[in-house]
Design a protein around this ligand. Structure first.
Ligand code: G4P
Length: 303
């Protein structure tokens, strides 16, 4: 696939089930007071869908940078400062271990202060805040709902005035959570954003040839995280022209990925690299920073 073709393909990517996701999201959002939006801490902007601003109009909002355990710690700090600087209620969490989740409750109270105050003035006390979790695929929505709900999983059925069939999880006296997350669709006009979404597994691998995706990831890693690459694969790091392709060959050799004929099995090496990145085995890596002038590096080769 030529660079031009693959670019076109990425931009046109919008499968039919995303239309359904949008409709569901529009329906559910009417039922709630608070949107708990999840992003992937490794690419906190690319993994947001900007349409949430319009969809979530007039709703309280919290932004959770999930998978913070997989992202660069210094970058996490920069992102938190960035979002909080914009007046956004944000937290970094790890939905898998539950780290950071205890801090959500006080944030809910802050984010919903106006609603609680409005209720109080109208003589309504103790009406729980109704919340929904939303985010693009693979950011950890289901994992988060399980962790957040914990043992407090009292599921309540239909209620008067609430769309039939919706399940709510009563978290405590003050919060009820819709038990199915709102699925946002990945959105990208920009090829780099599309690539980041593919690296973190939020869009299908099929969107780009695996080898091409791996080379794009290697281009980034050779520049910004060379030390992690070297540590993981124990190889020399190629420089100059075609360095990413030659690095893939090094990985194939280091991991003994060969075809029957003794040629390097680039596809297997590519899958291995992408899996190592996604699972954190390569180290804690962040793909984008709030400032355009990125400063994070863990080797000598970054500019
Ligand atoms: P989704 O509903 O938004 O689509 O995401 P889901 O919860 O299914 O999570 C997607 C993958 O991300 C899962 O891995 C899940 O375990 C992992 N995950 C979620 N939150 C975190 C986190 O904070 N840190 C880390 N390191 N991983 C997280 P999987 O490989 O698909 O499943 P599994 O093998 O872990 O069960």
């Amino acid at each position: 696939m030529s660079g031009q073709d693959s670019k076109k393909e990425i931009i046109n990517w919008y499968p039919g089930h995303m239309t359904k996701a949008r409709r569901m999201m529009q329906e559910d959002i009417r039922l709630i007071d608070l949107v708990i939006e999840l992003t992937d801490a490794r690419a906190p902007l690319s993994s947001r869908n900007p349409d949430i601003d319009e969809l979530g109009q007039n709703k309280a909002r919290i932004l959770l940078l999930n998978k913070a355990d997989l992202a660069d710690e210094e970058a996490n700090r920069q992102w938190m400062a960035f979002f909080r600087g914009q007046g956004i209620y944000a937290l970094e969490i790890n939905a898998k271990t539950g780290a950071g989740i205890r801090e959500i409750q006080p944030l809910v109270q802050q984010a919903c202060r106006e609603k609680i105050e409005r209720d109080r003035k109208r003589g309504i006390v103790n009406r729980p805040v109704r919340a929904m979790v939303a985010g693009i695929p693979n950011v950890g929505k289901s994992t988060f709902i399980n962790a957040f709900a914990g043992k407090a999983c009292t599921r309540t059925g239909n209620k008067p005035g609430v769309t039939r069939g919706k399940q709510w999880i009563r978290l405590n006296r003050s919060v009820e959570l819709l038990d199915t997350p709102g699925i946002l669709w990945p959105k990208f006009q920009d090829r780099d954003v599309g690539l980041r979404l593919a690296f973190i597994g939020s869009i299908n691998d099929e969107i780009l040839e695996k080898r091409e995706l791996a080379c794009k990831l290697l281009e980034f890693l050779l520049r910004y995280y060379p030390r992690d690459l070297q540590k993981r694969y124990g190889t020399d790091l190629p420089e100059g022209e075609n360095a990413p392709a030659r690095m893939l060959e090094e990985i194939a050799a280091a991991r003994k990925c060969f075809l029957k004929e003794g040629e390097p099995d680039y596809d297997r090496a590519a899958s291995l690299l992408i899996e190592d990145f996604r699972s954190g085995r390569l180290g804690r890596i962040t793909l984008e920073l709030p400032e355009t002038n990125r400063k994070i590096q863990n080797g000598d080769r970054a500019e």
